[in-house]
Design a protein around this ligand. Structure first.
Ligand SMILES: [Fe+2]
Length: 251
């Protein structure tokens, strides 16, 4: 499995605080079958013109020797589009593993039209936006996500949110069930979150093929700067049956 969204560069954002903490998380990832991890610390678009933060490079250098041999680490950032996309993003220092794919996020209450405009800005710079956790935004719906995807955006749903009893969890499940998620990622902040949760959930939903696409094939295509595959919706018959059983209180 490949996880392209994590906050494991120690001490640079609200994620892991130390090399030791990151090493513990990466050990857990390796034990669950994760082979590639992108370190994507937060960065504001307004910070980009000042250059890549030196602290990120230092944290990257410090983390390398502590990474388990089973895992390959990759660079990247989670770019908060708090202002129009700066021209410097085209230099690819910020993209995932130096590919065309740029992980972006917005404030939670951002209107759908602002998201659409900013995503178009990213593609105008020759990059492919990967929208982090679309289910988190209040303007997220199946229809808005469909329109964002039509702009050429890749949807990264948070893996552990798939099991959450919340509106956000319901949105995440709707996106995966509808074939509108392109990859799953952990968004680990030095905690227990792991993409293996999604593997378990998808397996339970008869979504073995989707698990391979969302957790391996498509994230691998991003690292290798290739085009992603469309992911099939989850089999409906089983999920409707499960919902009926839930409604009847049998589960
Ligand atoms: Fe994140």
């Amino acid at each position: 499995m490949i996880d392209l969204h994590s906050h494991l560069l120690p001490g640079v954002d609200d994620g892991s605080k130390s090399v030791r903490q990151s090493a513990r998380v990466l050990r857990h990832f390796a034990d669950r079958g994760v082979t590639h991890v992108a370190c994507t610390p937060h960065l504001l678009a307004s910070q980009v013109p000042a250059g890549f933060p030196p602290a990120y490079q230092q944290a990257w250098d410090a983390l390398q020797p502590a990474c388990p041999a089973e895992i390959t680490l990759h660079r990247g950032v989670e770019l908060m589009l708090d202002r129009p996309v700066p021209d410097e993003v085209a230099e690819r220092r910020l993209t995932i593993a130096g590919s065309r794919y740029l992980l972006v996020e917005f404030a939670r209450l951002v209107p759908a039209e602002i998201v659409a405009r900013a995503l178009s800005d990213v593609t105008d710079h020759g990059l492919i936006p990967v929208l982090a956790h679309p289910e988190r935004y209040s303007s997220c719906s199946v229809d808005t996500v469909r329109s964002w995807r039509e702009l050429g955006t890749i949807m990264q749903v948070d893996a552990t949110t798939l099991t959450a009893e919340s509106t956000r969890g319901e949105r995440a499940r709707d996106l995966v069930r509808g074939g509108l998620a392109d990859i799953l990622a952990g968004d680990n902040h030095g905690d227990e979150r792991c993409i293996a949760t999604a593997l378990d959930w998808l397996t339970e939903q008869d979504g073995g093929d989707q698990a391979v696409m969302l957790l391996d094939t498509n994230p691998r295509a991003i690292i290798e700067d290739r085009t992603l595959y469309e992911v099939d919706p989850l089999p409906m018959a089983r999920s409707i049956w499960r919902r009926m059983r839930n409604m009847l209180g049998n589960e």
